[in-house]
Design a binder for this molecule. Structure first.
Ligand code: ATP
Length: 200
């Protein structure tokens, strides 16, 4: 699996549509300070569903939208598309040899997500990347200070990193979801039994 291309528009320092074709041979991005190198890794993190503006080095989510410069007016939305190679079936749920994920965010706070141009929910995006090592809880993007953070973190949090690498976090998420549903159902049952008792 490799990143084939990244298309950014209105994201941070990229007001115009900019396409980066990585191919299999690109291993590094170099450039002067402040030229937007980290904004590229932010764009990759963001399109995969990152919800923390702090992780994207901003104060609020709106900060990902190009905010204008002396010469350019701000824009109304940010959009990022990441094209991934899927010939090795990293995404087992997808038959296509290429997977394109898109996220769009408007100043109004409205978000849109697409997988291969089909509109999806954030949950679908998160599930697509789960157990691939990519995505929000993945380890494919190691930010500055992250190594220290991993070493000093609680053993339960460290375990989550190994669970993702072992490919079992999807099941942990589903188990947690099922447990929450079970809890709600039990609460409903108690309420129903109370009503029955009242009627009897
Ligand atoms: P360094 O090598 O110093 O780490 P870098 O190449 O990684 O730099 P970035 O941090 O990616 O640079 O980019 C910083 C630039 O992005 C700054 O000039 C900043 O003003 C600009 N920038 C960030 N967010 C926005 C935004 N929402 N609108 C416009 N410009 C933005």
């Amino acid at each position: 699996m490799y990143l084939k291309a990244l298309e950014v528009q209105g994201f941070k320092s990229f007001p115009d549509k900019t396409v980066l074709n990585f191919g299999e041979d690109i291993t590094a991005i170099v450039g002067p300070n402040g030229s937007g190198k980290s904004n590229i890794s932010d764009a990759i993190r963001w399109v995969m569903g990152e919800q923390s503006s702090k992780a994207l080095r901003g104060g609020k989510m709106e900060d990902v939208i190009f905010g204008g410069t002396e010469k350019r007016a701000p824009v109304g939305f940010a959009q990022v598309t990441l094209v991934l190679d899927n010939t090795g079936h990293l995404f087992p749920s997808m038959d296509e040899s290429e997977v394109a994920v898109t996220r769009r965010y408007y100043r109004s706070g409205e978000s849109e997500y697409y997988i291969n141009r089909q509109s999806v929910r954030l949950k679908d995006m998160t599930e697509l990347f789960m157990d691939t090592g990519m995505g929000r809880e993945g380890y494919s993007i190691v930010g500055q200070g992250r190594v220290d953070e991993i070493l000093s973190t609680k053993s339960t949090d460290r375990r989550e990193i190994f669970e993702e690498a072992a490919g079992i976090s999807k099941y942990r998420h589903r188990k947690e979801e099922a447990e929450r549903k079970l809890e709600r159902t039990e609460e409903n049952l108690v309420r129903i039994n109370d009503k029955i008792a009242e009627l009897e």
